[in-house]
Design a protein around this ligand. Structure first.
Ligand code: FE2
Length: 148
């Protein structure tokens, strides 16, 4: 399982700040996998999952702000925000199921690896649009809410 947690160039999305935050994201998922492997108490695993959920919320807000700086607005911004809302909802549902004993820790680690992979793929596509799109907008406007 360890290779999934090694940062590699294929994980780069091409934006320094986003890549920096993704490295932290991966480290948090690795902490969860390590806690599971070391048979740490379930309560501790739940706390690590809550830490990850809070970091995800912060990270998605950061990405949306970066997208606004690069001129993303209106329908494109709203679609971006909805994807983040969906990912957070999915993550929260899985954490709740884990807490309720409906899902074991291995299942949630597998889910997190897949979830992280889907998210970075979406980010890579978005950052590619930044690099071919307009210059950063000095007065960004968003039609979506700032909530995550
Ligand atoms: Fe991201």
């Amino acid at each position: 399982m360890s290779s999934e947690f090694q940062w590699n160039k294929a994980m780069n999305v091409g934006h320094d700040r986003i890549d920096f935050e993704h490295k932290m994201f991966l480290a948090l998922i690795k902490n969860i996998a390590d806690a599971y492997r070391l048979n740490k108490p379930k309560e501790f695993l739940t706390r690590l999952l809550i830490e990850l959920e809070r970091y995800a919320s912060f990270h998605f807000c950061s990405e949306e702000n970066i997208a606004l700086e690069h001129g993303e607005q209106n329908a494109e911004f709203s679609a971006h925000h909805r994807i983040h809302e969906y990912l957070l909802k999915e993550l929260r549902t899985r954490i709740r199921r884990h807490h309720a004993g409906e899902e074991d820790s291995m299942a949630i680690v597998t889910f997190l690896i897949d979830w992280f992979g889907r998210h970075t793929t979406q980010d890579r596509e978005r950052v590619a649009r930044f690099s071919t799109g307009s210059e950063p907008d000095p007065a960004p406007r968003a039609s979506g809410s700032g909530k995550t």
